[in-house]
Design a protein around this ligand. Sequence first.
Ligand code: SF4
Length: 338
Amino acid sequence: MNNTERQEWLAHRKTGIGGTDMAGILNEGYGCRRKVFYDKVGAPPDHEEVVSNPMLRGQALEGVFLKEFFDRHGWEENRPCLPLNQQKEDWVLGTPDAFVGKDEESAIVEVKTVGEWPWKQLRKAGVPKREWEIQLNWYLYKWDIPTGIIWAGWADGWEFTKYELELDKDLAEACFSLAKEFWSDVSIAIAAGYTEPDDAPSGLNYERLPASDKRCKGCPWSETCQRGAVEEALRTPFDGEVTFVQMSSDPRWGQAATDYKEALFAKTMADEELKEVKSELQLLMNGRPAAEGDGLRIHHKPVVSNRFDTKGFRAKHPQLAEEFTKPTTSKPFKVYLT
Ligand code: SF4
C-alpha cells in the first residue's frame, strides 16, 4: 500500500466500523473502546501514531504470504464472484485481505504475520488470537460468507498455520448490536462537536485501561485520555523515586533497544532448548554418573562442597561479623521490558 492508498484507506475507515475496530470496541488486541471512539470522532491526537517496523513488515509480506497460501491450498482469489450483502448498514465496514474460492466454496482469508516469539506462543496456544477471531467474524458477518481462514505465519522460519473458522452467529450478532450503539454515540458526538467518550449518551462503558497497560504507551490519545497518568506510570514503575530519561527520540537508542530484545529473545530460546536437551540427555543416561560420546562428556554425580554459612555466623557472632563487613559498591545494569 503506497502513501496515497493508505490515506484513502484511513479516510474510509472513518466512515464506519471495521474488523479491527470491532476488536478494539471489545478491548481486545492493540486498541480499546475509548481509542476507537477518539479515532472515529476525529479527536486531535496528542502525537502521531507510530507505524512500527513490524507493522510495515506485515504490510509488505501480506502478498507474499497470500501467494504461499494459494500455492499450498489450491484456493484462488475470486473477489468479483461474491455477492455483496445489501442488508448490512453502511457503517458496517470490512476489508479482508482476500476473498477466495475453490470448487463451489467461498471463503475469506485474513493474513497475519508475526515475529518469532509470538509465533512460538501461538503454536503453543493452538488457537488463533481472540482479536483475530473477532475481526474475521465481523468480515464473515458483513459479507455473508460462512467460512473464514486465518493464515498466520512467521517469515524467518517460513512456517505457517491455517485456522479455519465458521461464522459464529451469536458472536457476530452480539458484536453488531454493540457496534450499533457505539456508532450511534460516535455519530451524535460528531454532530454535536464533542470528542470525549465520557459525554456519550448511550451508557456504554468507556472505562479507561489502567495507565500502565502496554496499549496506552503508544496510544496517540494517551494524554487526552489518561491526563498524564501514562507518563507518571512510565516515570515511576518501581518505587516512586526513579526518574527515567525519555530516550525514544534518539534513533541509536531505538536500534540498540531492538538489538537487545532480539538478543534476549535468542538467549531465551536457546536457554529453553538447552534445558530440554539436558533433560533428554539425563533421561538417556538413566541414572549413570558419567557418559560420553559424539563430542560430549557428562558427569552427573553428587558433589559435596563446603560453603561458609554467613547467616549462621552473623547470628552467633554479630559483633565479629560487623567488624569484618566492609561496604562495597556495585552498579548492576538491570534491563526490564516495558
Ligand atoms: S490511553 Fe489507553 S485507555 Fe486511553 S484511549 Fe489510549 S489505549 Fe485506551
